[in-house]
Design a protein around this ligand. Sequence first.
Ligand SMILES: C[S@@+](CC[C@H](N)C(=O)[O-])C[C@H]1O[C@@H](n2cnc3c(N)ncnc32)[C@H](O)[C@@H]1O
Length: 223
Amino acid sequence: MPRPPLTSAEYWDLYKPYRAEGEQPAPTTDRFEWTQFPGHGPGPEVLGAPRHALELGPGEGTDAVHLARLGIQVTAVDFSAFQIERARRWWSDVPGVRFVHADVCEFLSRDTTEYDAIYSMWGAAWFTDPEFLLPLVAKRLVPGGVFVFSHAEPGPGTYGPQQMRGKWLEGRERELTVLRWQYAPGVWADLLKRNGFTDVDARIVPPPGNEPLGTLLVRAEAA
Ligand SMILES: C[S@@+](CC[C@H](N)C(=O)[O-])C[C@H]1O[C@@H](n2cnc3c(N)ncnc32)[C@H](O)[C@@H]1O
């Protein structure tokens, strides 16, 4: 019988795993960048001045820790047990940041906190069906609170769920594919407005130099 495909959470257990010899040292947290290019594009100012922020899909947790060190209270939710355990191990001594092991939709459905900012940096926001995610995000923001997320610039004609295979997963026996919801800026803007968001700014941050792909960056406010 063929082995079943990995669940999405298992897939993400394999992201930046560093399972080699011994404990990996914690990465630096000196940068908070929406693009895939160090030192390029806007930083945390896009979030305004939140007191309490929620990150969807923090992975290693460096962005959440960066914000916590600026004095922002941060809750960071990831459904990969591996990512959450490692983030807790690395950042246990950082005040103001909390790592929660949960699927973002499940967490947003049961959470009662209202956040000033919800954000996702190449994180769960583009790996979750927006039809489910956006109404849940809208409910958990204070009026005027911001939702900001980034993902890779979509190719021409890219629309909706696309299959993604991670390059770090090559050579494995089992199927390793997840879906990501990629849309052009105008489509994201429509989706957000349909879900009650206002002041939507959805754009492509152009890449530096001769790099082929820019970054899609979206910012919207809760009514
Ligand atoms: C590409 S990684 C990005 C991690 C981090 N933001 C970064 O920039 O390195 C995507 C992260 O989103 C998490 N994720 C994907 N779907 C999720 C979901 N439905 N609920 C919670 N976390 C999710 C994955 O476990 C993974 O840690």
